[in-house]
Design a protein around this ligand. Structure first.
Ligand code: SAH
Length: 218
């Protein structure tokens, strides 16, 4: 397992170098890489997928959803520029893997998931693993989590057709949001949304990506 995890980290480092001209980051923060090492991706997939858990690809997690590829998890986490005081919102809990990575790095993670089975199973999993700074809630993440706002960072792990205004509003001035935007299963762009201290928003495209859709129907 240790060898496989090290290989996974090597692949992330390599892909970070390959994509540096797009992302502007040839290496990721040491703490991000440490979290990628400390959180065992194998614990977040079904037994039948454990042998592939350290490959650099997405894997099914049930209900037609997927856990993102490790490189993308590392990149998106790195782009958030979080620290030990950060309060973060994740939209799309899925397996809880991304939430766990963030849980290692920040003060508090709030994560929302629209599919109740996934919200329940990831909440249970994260609790069993001892994460006491992650709260999961089953709601439509297009509206964020108003009661817990503002957030220092927001990460959306499913592709939206537009950047939800509610999420921008819940971002603290100086905060950062990473969100894939585009059409379902085709061309999407990973966007970095930053709010300056005056509250003005800047949006830049980081990389072409493919995520499952962010569904807006409840
Ligand atoms: N971050 C997850 C990846 C999950 S895939 C992980 O680490 O495993 C994206 C998830 O977003 C899916 O579970 C999907 O059900 C969820 N999702 C899609 N639309 C959503 C919405 N509007 N609100 C909340 N969650 C949503």
């Amino acid at each position: 397992m240790k060898k496989k995890l090290e290989k996974m980290l090597d692949t992330i480092r390599m892909e970070a170098r390959y994509t540096a001209s797009y992302t502007g980051r040839a290496t990721f923060d040491k703490r991000v890489m440490q979290a990628m090492q400390d959180v065992d991706r194998g614990d977040f997939v079904a037994d039948s997928y454990k042998s592939q858990a350290y490959d650099n690809g997405p894997l099914p997690i049930g209900n037609g959803q997927t856990i993102s590829q490790p490189y993308i998890v590392a990149l998106t986490t790195d782009l958030l520029d979080v620290n030990a005081d950060s309060v973060v919102l994740e939209v799309g809990t899925g397996s809880g893997y991304q939430a766990a990575i963030l849980g290692k790095l920040v003060k508090q993670v709030y994560s929302v998931e629209r599919i109740s089975e996934l919200a329940a199973s990831s909440e249970k999993r994260l609790k069993q693993m001892g994460y006491d700074n992650i709260q999961v809630r089953c709601v439509n993440g297009y509206r964020g989590w108003q009661e817990k706002a503002p957030f220092d960072a927001i990460i959306v792990t499913a592709a939206a057709t537009r950047i939800p205004q509610d999420l921008i509003d819940q971002l603290r001035p100086g905060g950062r949001m990473v969100i894939p935007v585009g059409l379902p299963y085709t061309s999407q762009e990973l966007m970095l949304v930053t709010r300056n201290e005056q509250g003005d928003t800047d949006i830049e495209s980081v990389l072409g990506v493919v995520f499952v859709p962010l569904v807006d129907n409840n």
